[in-house]
Each structure stands twice: as C-alpha cells, then as structure tokens.
Design a protein around this ligand. Structure first.
Ligand SMILES: [Cu+2]
Length: 172
C-alpha cells in the first residue's frame, strides 16, 4: 500500500492532465468576428446547459434522468437542501462511466470515508464527482463534449444508493 499509493496518484495526475488538454481544444475555433465584436467575443464561448439537481434528507435526487445530446457540454449543479449534518446525511453526485455497476461502486464506497466515499481503487470508473456536501451546500461539475451512452450517477454516501439515490444520464 505504501508503495502503490504514490503510483496511483501519479497515474491520476496524468489522466487528469490529459483531460485538461482535451478540454481546451474545442473552444478556440469560433470567432473571426469584426474588430468591434472581438472585444466582447472572448467570454461568449457557448455556455453549458445547466441542470439543477437537489438532494435532501429523504435520500432522493430531484432528477432520476438527464438527457443530453452527444457533443453537448452540461453543467450539473447539486444542492443539498437537507438539514442533517454531513456526517449523518452527506450527499454527492458521482457520474460513472457507461456500463459501470453503480451498486458495486457504492458497496466499495462504504469503506472509503477518508476519500469522501470515492474508493481509490475505482476512481477509473468515475467521469466526474462533486465533493460530499453537507446541508445547504452546493457544487457543480461540468461534463464536456459528452459521448453517446448511458452514464449511471449515484450518491455514494453509505446506503443512499440502496434507498434509491441514483439516476442515469442518457446521451444520444
Ligand atoms: Cu446521498
């Protein structure tokens, strides 16, 4: 474990930097606008569609299905509207790769409290995840240039998946 951990971290770092480069690429090709417009053109790169999802003390996401188009970029904003403390009723939103078994992921996550219930060994199955949110906290994730597929999403706080805190992002 002592030996493997830094290795895993450096692999993650490589994977993340790879994503970063990919993210930068598609943005540039839009503007050959006249001089006057150019001044305001820079921030106008297509804003992602925003999808608001709430969670609360009843352990359900407000949306169990999200639909998107292939190539689309979406921003998912998770808000925990509950009142119970994070240690008892934290919520996250973890988007998993198509074909991932959300139940198995969450079973492994139960013992991963130290990493906010994202098991190190299964990070390769995660497309994106919010932090674990306490009451009245909110966090967003951005999913760029989505590929077609069905992406399960879960709350990996212990037992929340079993109660039904899950959904699917369908990209066509
Ligand atoms: Cu939850």
């Amino acid at each position: 474990m002592n030996i493997r951990f830094p290795f895993v971290v450096s692999l993650l770092a490589i994977a993340l930097s790879g994503c970063g480069q990919k993210d930068v690429a598609p943005a540039a090709a839009t503007s050959t606008a006249p001089v006057k417009a150019a001044a305001v053109a820079a921030p106008a790169a297509a804003a992602p569609r925003v999808i608001e999802i709430t969670a609360n003390d009843t352990m359900k996401f407000s949306l169990a299905t999200i639909e998107a188009k292939a190539g689309e970029t979406i921003k998912i904003v998770l808000t925990n509207n509950g009142t119970l403390p994070k240690e008892a009723m934290g919520h996250n939103l973890v988007v998993l790769k198509p074909g991932t078994d959300g139940g198995a992921f969450c079973a492994a996550a139960m013992t991963a409290k130290a990493t906010d219930y994202i098991p190190e060994s299964l990070k390769g199955q995660v497309v994106a995840a919010t932090a674990l949110l306490g009451p009245r906290k909110s966090e967003e994730i951005i999913l760029k240039d989505l590929k077609a597929g069905e992406y399960p999403y879960v709350c990996s706080f212990p037992a929340h998946f079993a109660v039904g805190m899950k959904g699917v992002l369908i990209v066509k």
